[in-house]
Design a protein around this ligand. Sequence first.
Ligand SMILES: [Zn+2]
Length: 411
Amino acid sequence: MQKSDFFEKVLKIMEKGYICDNCLGRQFAQLLSGLENKERGRAIRDFFAFLLEAGEELELDSSNFFSYKFRFSGLKGEKGKCVVCGDLFEGLDFYAKKAVEKLSGLEFSNFLVGTKLSGSLVRKEEDLWENVGIEWCEPMKSEVNRLVGKELEKESGKSVEFNNPEILIILNMKKKDVEICVNSLYIYGEYNKLVRTIPQTRWPSGKYKTSVEQIVAKPVLKKTKGIGSKFHGAGREDINAKCLAWRPFVLEITGPRKRKMNLKEIRDSVKKSKKVEVRKLKFVGSDEVEKVKSMRPDKTYRTIVKTEKDLDNKALKRLSLLKGKKIYQETPTRVMHRRADKLRKRVIKDIKWKKLGKKKLEIIVRAEAGTYIKELISGDKGRTYPSISELLGTKTEVKELNVIKIHREKA
Ligand SMILES: [Zn+2]
């Protein structure tokens, strides 16, 4: 680092008209920690004022020294507007006040400030950098964010959070306005679905009156006064299958006005539906959504099936051939209208059965995530192979289907 670099940079910056302390100091933001740019700028200006007063001949715009009382140099300057920020930093209070106004009534414990600079501010900053270099500088945005952030911390008693802020406060310099973006609230839990008549998530056509999502979200929406909900499940079961194993999910509430609530009350309130139960509710960050969605646990199903022909023991024994076998499933005819036609390969990890009648069978099967169980049983007109129907040598249909275990550990 050369001493002259610093000196020449200051000369270059101050020869072109008035520059405020913030903008001057920001070019040297990485020099000396524990100072704000405004203090850096002031110190540099003082030093150059001394030089001028002592008789140094420097090419500096006199407006930069309007506030000094020179005894010997005879220098007189008039204050202008900062050539870089247009005195933006003098007016930052306006944004802090506006933010406080717009935050009233919102419950939050942390926030983050972001700034959209106007095109002309961006250009002026770029001009400065082109002229002086960027060796020690800090971007204008980052200074604005920090200063307004600090001010808001003082005003609101809440703290700035970089990773997972509940509230995003955008200072829009072009519109001279503040935009508040309320980030979603995320609650992790695990659910049981006790009835065969509801889907996991809201059905677009309104075909089903309610869903696991709606039942779980209802009490939370009431508490949070949120705009809406999204339900992220670790897979899903058939509409007419019960889920008697605890399936992980993350409930996302968009635009919550309140964030605090007693999750035990939520759990109890869900239980009253008699359709769904939840447990292990806890507040989590948005990253939990990906974690839950990317879970690929094996599942064990208990299913009751009916066959067309009477069952014989020889045929039943053939079912053991499925254990550890890979099966092939083309997209089931029942979901063809909404899913792409693809071939899936899934492994059947275990299978057990019990004869309940001449044409009635209980089957307990553990399969990889994403196995179409109904089709494993019926064969779906040959689109799934091998299938239970094929091995039994008779048309076989599911009468009852329950998820009884979701395996977190790998088999
Ligand atoms: Zn400035």
